[in-house]
Design a protein around this ligand. Structure first.
Ligand code: DQA
Length: 144
């Protein structure tokens, strides 16, 4: 089964971006770890990152037409702003697992609202790179 792992704005800078909040792992390091975990779980991954909202909308639609098992989505700051991503999630029948490295609820008030949470199957936040690992286990558990 296919799982798409979609990453939004500024997540290409992981490793150097506010490491006290987001940790020292780069997105490539996290991706490598996820690939190993996926192989052990018998899942196929497609891991992508873009700084552009429309790319994320296109990829969510693609996950829908591919009939993916799940999408793991860290929409970055678009989490808090994007009705377009909210609508794209609603438009597909693929379950979306929202992930965040940090715990947005423990941070600034502008991070407390998520347009993604309203339409996600569930949310994993606050475990650093481990949030992705937990999300991939959650995706594997969606197989029946
Ligand atoms: C984030 C949290 C968002 O508030 C922030 O804008 C990000 C990263 C996280 O993974 O903790 O870019 O999604």
């Amino acid at each position: 089964s296919l799982v798409l792992v979609l990453n939004g704005p500024n997540l290409n800078l992981l490793g150097s971006r506010e490491p006290e909040i987001y940790g020292n792992d780069t997105l490539d390091t996290i991706a490598g770890r996820l690939e190993d975990q996926a192989q052990a779980l018998g899942l196929t991954l497609d891991i992508r990152q873009s700084n552009h909202e429309g790319h994320l909308v296109d990829w969510l639609q693609e996950a829908g037409s591919l009939g993916a098992l799940a999408v793991i989505l860290n929409a970055g700051a678009l989490t808090h702003t994007s009705v377009a991503i909210h609508d794209a999630i609603k438009a597909i029948s693929v379950p979306v697992i929202e992930v965040h490295l940090s715990n947005p609820h423990a941070r600034e008030a502008f991070r407390h609202h998520s347009f993604v949470s309203l339409v996600a199957r569930g949310t994993i936040a606050g475990f650093g790179a481990g949030s992705y690992t937990l999300a991939l286990d959650a995706a594997a558990a969606l197989r029946q």
